[in-house]
Design a protein around this ligand. Structure first.
Ligand SMILES: C[S@@+](CC[C@H](N)C(=O)[O-])C[C@H]1O[C@@H](n2cnc3c(N)ncnc32)[C@H](O)[C@@H]1O
Length: 281
């Protein structure tokens, strides 16, 4: 996230105002807090950052199965498509049709660095292929199956796999994650990524069932934590009933970002133990 000072915004502001905005490729995205002065804010952003060509404002929450947000054009070219560079990879993005968060750049780097060479990875909610392409880049000879239920996300993931030269190593699969996990990839994955924090818990059981022994689950969740409480511990408590009988242990956890006062996106790394009793083995 970037910050800029906007001065005198066409007489609307009495003193300079600090504005925060996200950058995706050459698109700046501002929040709704600057509504009265948004045109001046947008023009100021374009004037001060010549590389940026579009300013959009968020005009609603992330919603629906495809996890999309509505945007309004405030200044610059009328488009939601761009090319974004992150962690040495290039991504075609269309903010109107496919979920993308530039704020996960650090998390994607950490996850891609943790994957060992040769792993078979199932990304159950892969979107435009961001985690998947970065994993393929960092971990030689790994194969990543990038599943998503949104056809536009899968079209974008295919494109991103090709432009980053990972044809055959990042496989884009248009499917419901549950069906893909059970019918296409049973017991084939060394690692399963669940980057759909609103619903990851619902998919935990299937992820455990379809994971190889000693395999890793990279799990995401939104948790509320009071002052002094550990968000990671809260996240672990939420899934404890799901994992305790399944031979899964906690390896590590971290706060990815704060999403509201005392509400956090957390990431947990869990491992399926070697000896697991299961009547499906
Ligand atoms: C929060 S986005 C994550 C996108 C991507 N991993 C990223 O970080 O850029 C969640 C994705 O899950 C997809 N999705 C939602 N329900 C799904 C399901 N049942 N099966 C497969 N994909 C699903 C959405 O279309 C969306 O692209």
């Amino acid at each position: 996230m970037r910050e800029a000072f906007v001065e005198h915004a066409a007489g609307l502001l009495e003193r300079p105002m600090k504005v925060r905005f996200d950058v995706v490729g050459d698109i700046a995205i501002i929040g709704s807090s600057t509504r009265e002065a948004e045109t001046s804010v947008a023009e100021s952003i374009l004037r001060n950052s010549p590389r940026l060509k579009v300013v959009l404002a968020k005009s609603g929450p992330v919603q629906g199965t495809f996890r999309l947000r509505k945007f309004r054009l405030i200044a610059g070219e009328n488009r939601t498509t761009t090319v974004h560079r992150e962690n040495g990879c290039i991504f075609h993005v269309d903010l109107a049709t496919t979920h993308f968060s530039p704020r996960l750049v650090h998390e994607r780097r950490l996850v891609s660095e943790s994957v060992a060479s040769g792993e078979s990875v199932l990304n159950m909610f892969g979107g435009a292929g961001t985690f998947s392409v970065e994993i393929a880049k960092k971990s030689p000879s790994s194969i990543v199956y990038n599943v998503d239920i949104n056809p536009e996300a899968i079209r974008m993931a295919l494109k991103n796999a090709l432009i980053n030269r990972f044809r055959g190593r990042v496989i884009a699969v248009l499917a419901d994650a549950k069906i893909a996990a059970i019918e296409v990839f049973p017991k084939r994955s060394n690692r399963i990524i669940l980057p759909l924090p609103e619903k990851s818990r619902e998919y935990m059981h299937i992820a455990i069932l379809t994971l190889k022994r000693q395999g890793i689950i990279q799990y995401y969740d939104f948790v509320d934590a009071r002052k002094g409480e550990s968000p990671v511990r809260r996240g672990l408590e939420r899934i404890a009933p799901l994992i305790k009988c399944e031979g899964v242990s906690f390896c590590s956890g971290r706060i990815v970002k704060s999403v509201a006062p005392r509400r956090y996106l957390i990431s947990l790394e869990l491992q399926k133990r070697d000896q697991v009793w299961s009547n499906t083995d």
